[in-house]
Write a protein that binds this ligand. Structure first.
Ligand SMILES: [Zn+2]
Length: 69
């Protein structure tokens, strides 16, 4: 886990955004590839870390939600 890349403010936004978008994410597994911070779809696997995605737009790295798999 690399939690140091997530600031408190980012985590707060992530939490709020996730709460809003939770239903959509669950209904559509493809939403798991949507950046939770800026909403960009330019999210790619980080490669060197299994299950980890990184947003090419804002650079935010996060783990894909296990429930969406
Ligand atoms: Zn982003």
């Amino acid at each position: 886990m690399d939690e140091e890349t997530i600031t408190r403010e980012e985590a707060k936004k992530l939490f709020a955004h996730h709460r809003r978008e939770r239903v959509g994410i669950r209904l559509n597994p493809r939403m798991a590839s949507l950046c939770l911070i800026c909403g960009s779809i330019h999210v790619v696997p980080k490669g060197d870390e299994a299950g980890m995605l990184v947003c090419q737009n804002c650079g935010f790295a996060f783990y894909r939600y296990p429930c969406a798999a």
